[in-house]
Each structure stands twice: as C-alpha cells, then as structure tokens.
Design a protein around this ligand. Structure first.
Ligand code: PRF
Length: 373
C-alpha cells in the first residue's frame, strides 16, 4: 500500500490551525517545528535524541549535500533517511537561499544559480531542474521549489524581479518534480515587504496548484511587525486546506505570532546554533549560560519541567561545560532548546484544539517576561 501526501486539519482557533501532515515517512503534528539537519545531521544530536524531543520532521539542505558528500552518492547509499538513520519525515530546502548566504562568486540568471563552493571553490550550477533532481535523489518527502530570496530592506525593483523569477522557477520546479507516493513539492511565496507583490506571488502560485505553500523572504532583516504584516496579507490568499510553512523562522515569540496567523510549519537554526553558543530557551525566557552569575548556581534550568536535561543538570555544570567548550555542553544546550521549541508547539497544538490559543500565547509570553532566570 502506498501512502499519499495529505494534510488533515483537526481544529481551528481563529486563524490558527492544528492538523496532521502525512508523508511517505510518517505523520507530522502541526503546528510543527522542524530542527535543521543541514549536513545530514542535526548538529550535536543523535537522531533518536532529536526524536525524543518530539520532532516529527527534520530539514536537510540541497546546497550542503550536493557539495558534500554528493547527492548521487547518498542515493547509492540508500537515500538520506537511511544515510542519516532518520526514518521519519524529511523536508529539503532547494539550495538558492544557502547559495546566496554561503557561496562565493554567486550569479543568478534565468537558467539558475552559478556559484563557487564555500568548501573547495569548485564551480557549480543549480537550476530548478537540478535542485528537484537532487531532492529526488535524496528521497526527500517534502521538496521545495528553487527560488530567489532577497534581503531586506531592498529596492522594490530588486524585490519584484526576484519574485517574478521565483514564479518562473516554481513552474519549472513543479514540471521537474518526480513525486513518488507520499512526497510533495511546496511553492515559495516571495515579494519582500511589498504587500501587492506578496499578493501577486501568492495568487500566481495558487493558480499553479501546489500541495503546500511556503512563505519565504522573511526574517531577512526586517522588523518583526513587518514580517507579521506580510503574514496577515499572504495567509488569506493561500488555500485553507493546504499546509503553510514559514521558512527560517524564528524566535519562540515569532513562532507563537505566526501560528496565530495560520502558519503550520517552521524551521530555524536558532535553537541548535544558539545552544552551541551557550544560549538556552526555557519557559522562563532566554538564558546565557556563559554568564559568570551561573558559576555557583546548583539549580537546574527548569526543575519541574519535562525536559530530561533542563531538570537534571545544574546551571553551574552547564556554565562550566559551555565555558570550557566541551562537546557535552553543546549536546545538552541543543537538547534543552530543541525540547523547548517542541514543547512550545505541543502546547500550541493542544491550545488550538481546546480553543484557547490566545490565552496560551498570553500565558507563555508572561512566563518569559517574568524573567526569573
Ligand atoms: N527561500 C528558501 N529557503 C529559505 C528562505 C527563503 O526565502 C528563508 C527566508 N527566511 C529561509 N530559508 N528557499
């Protein structure tokens, strides 16, 4: 029996939604946070630990994996799920965004992106067709169209040009998508901070009929209120029965606000990257474990919470590991953060199902603001 890609909405509270995405590799409870596993690893974590935090899906990157170890090699070795031993859902980003932030000598034209590898300087071309071919070789469950994302603030002509190029690349990506059972391709809405361009982009992509829609080009330098205004404008344009993914976002506060506006999926390096630098997210707000005030503190970060790490180790120990650059410090801090992001989304799902999302948001924010940490 082959599994179809589906999205079922169980409950709505205002514009917030609680649902389940089903892919070839299992189900994803939404709203969902997807830990970033750029190079076929969620840095510092074993796959079973990532799973234990509550993640149903992780993200992989075309850009990194095509350069090292190579998409054809991963395919020969049985695909990305087998290679990294993550048997659950995988979403892959198409590569354009990472090329623009990491590669040197980047050039974008109608055909695609030409760039030099940040690893060895070798030259590569990524077209919509090649990006989809790579995502098929990886065996990704949710594949993203190739797009162009410009940073903000930016001039309108540059935003408009990138939005139109992304629409043409959406057509080509969709035509090139292989689509085994249980796999899907998502479109990406662009248009920067320009309301009319956002609407134009969303409408053109909806006409192309994708199984899911992402909102790209946000959290790229604009203030939070601009991002939220764009979500207020874009979400009503998208088909209510299809999943919506806000790419590369964000802080816990961003997630709560975007869920309220109808977003179902998120990914961000923040919990993993911040963790490796000693920054932890908890119910009581953000804490910098490098700070000297923790050196003699015997209390765990969250004695009464369900995180096996945050309830167990003392702040003094986490401070010591972090200051000493110990590998275990990165592991524990990453675990705490991924655990917190997952609990935040679990709480959101429950609150939406019980029609008390606004209260959940207010209570959660009050917990951060109390700042007793
Ligand atoms: N496009 C793609 N990946 C992304 C983004 C985008 O706009 C962003 C923007 N926040 C993060 N990751 N393809």
């Amino acid at each position: 029996m082959s599994v179809r890609f589906t999205f079922d909405i169980h409950a709505r509270d205002g514009t917030a939604r609680n649902g389940t995405i089903t892919t070839a590799h299992g189900s994803v409870a939404t709203p969902a946070f997807m830990p970033v596993g750029t190079a076929a690893t969620v840095k510092a974590m074993l796959p079973e630990q990532v799973r234990a935090t509550g993640a149903d899906v992780v993200l992989g990157n075309v850009y990194h994996l095509m350069l090292r170890p190579g998409a054809e090699r991963i395919a020969r070795l049985g695909g990305l799920h087998h290679f990294m031993d993550w048997p659950h859902t995988i979403l892959t980003d198409s590569g354009g965004f990472q090329v623009m932030s990491l590669a040197s000598m980047r050039k974008i034209d109608e055909q695609g992106v030409t760039f030099a590898s940040h690893i060895d300087g070798s030259k590569h071309v990524l077209t919509p067709e090649r990006s989809m071919e790579i995502q098929a070789l990886l065996g990704s469950d949710i594949q993203m169209q190739l797009d162009e994302c410009v940073s903000l603030p930016n001039e309108r002509p540059a935003i408009e040009k990138a939005m139109h190029l992304s629409l043409r690349w959406a057509e080509r990506s969709k035509a090139a998508f292989g689509g085994k059972p249980g796999q899907a391709i998502f479109a990406i809405v662009q248009g920067g901070d320009q309301a009319d361009l956002r609407v134009q982009s969303a409408r053109a992509l909806v006409d192309m009929d994708f199984p899911g829609y992402a909102v790209g080009g946000l959290a790229v330098g604009e203030p939070q209120d601009v991002m939220l205004r764009m979500l207020d404008i874009v979400a009503p344009e998208l088909p209510p029965e299809r999943p919506r993914y806000l790419m590369g976002v964000g802080t816990p506060d961003d997630l709560l606000e975007a869920v309220a506006r109808g977003i179902d999926m998120f990914d961000c390096v923040m919990p993993t990257r911040a963790g490796r630098h000693g920054l932890c997210y908890t119910r009581f707000g953000k804490i910098n474990l490098k700070n000297a005030r923790h050196a003699d503190d015997p209390r765990p970060l969250d004695a009464d919470g369900d995180c096996p790490v945050a309830s167990r180790y003392s702040r003094a120990y986490l401070h010591h590991l972090t200051r000493s650059n110990e590998i275990l410090g990165m592991v524990l801090n990453t675990w705490i953060n991924l655990g917190y992001y997952q609990r935040l989304m679990q709480g959101a799902r429950r609150a939406i199902a019980e029609s008390r999302y606004a209260d959940y948001m207010a209570e959660t924010k009050a917990g951060w603001a109390a700042g007793d940490i």
